[in-house]
Design a protein around this ligand. Sequence first.
Ligand code: GDP
Length: 295
Amino acid sequence: MFDSLSDRLESAFKKFKGQGRLDESNIQEGLREVRLALLEADVNFKVVKDFTERIRERCLGQEVLGSLTPGQQVIKIVNEEMVGLLGGETQDVDLRGKPAVVMMVGLQGSGKTTSAAKLALHFRRLRKMKPYLVPADVYRPAAIDQLQTLGRQLDVPVFASDTSMDPVEICRKGIEAAREEGCNVVLLDTAGRLHIDETLMDELANIKAACAPGEILFVADAMIGQEAVTVAEAFNEKLDISGVVLTKMDGDARGGAALSIKSVTGKPIKFVGMGEKVNDLEVFHPDRAASRILG
Ligand code: GDP
């Protein structure tokens, strides 16, 4: 997923590794390569600037200049800063509610419905929970059918939503039905639009107020790069999201969204979508992702 970024960074690191001694000018030159690699990967300009500045400051401190193998030391610093950029510690989901309520939000086509089904499977397999799916996108009847099909495929109960019902009512009743069926985690699949839309945002805010979800996961398509970060900011402003599911990371996304979203929104990536199938979901570990990027 981070292949081209990884290759670019590797050649930047050669600049550090080849040096017996590091001084301000060769550190500067190596970091210039790092900066270009990140910009090419579509990482937010300010994020790149702050990132390389932090590394530069640390490199120019005692840490590197006094070190026996300065090249390795620089790479260690880049690695630590990269883990921080990706969110630091792995972030868990809040499943304390009875039932726990996870609200999925995002633009149409981002992968909300698919991710809701993937998460239902994830919670059942890894947390031994009983999931329940609630389709609340009444504007796109196919979305309801899609979730019902996925539910049947996974043997997960799905609320019988109807396009004539109000989405807030669907979510409220869906949670009630889940409780009656003895399910302990409910996934609310809300409506999306092609663009950010005030009416939709108000509807989502109303669902949030009525259902008090423990998690509001913003689903972002990694393929749209920095645009995903702009959309995440808008959703976060309105809904105070709790985390991000970054989908389509199996594609040739350059990494811009993954590397910028935490710094820009302050909200962590919690899961990544790695394919169209229900099994293709992974918990996001910043340290492992950093290792993948840095090779
Ligand atoms: P929604 O409109 O946000 O509910 O989006 P959907 O769940 O319907 O997904 C839109 C398209 O993206 C579908 O064709 C999905 O199969 C596809 N999709 C979702 N997640 C992933 C992913 O992680 N990787 C890939 N390659 N495709 C995905």
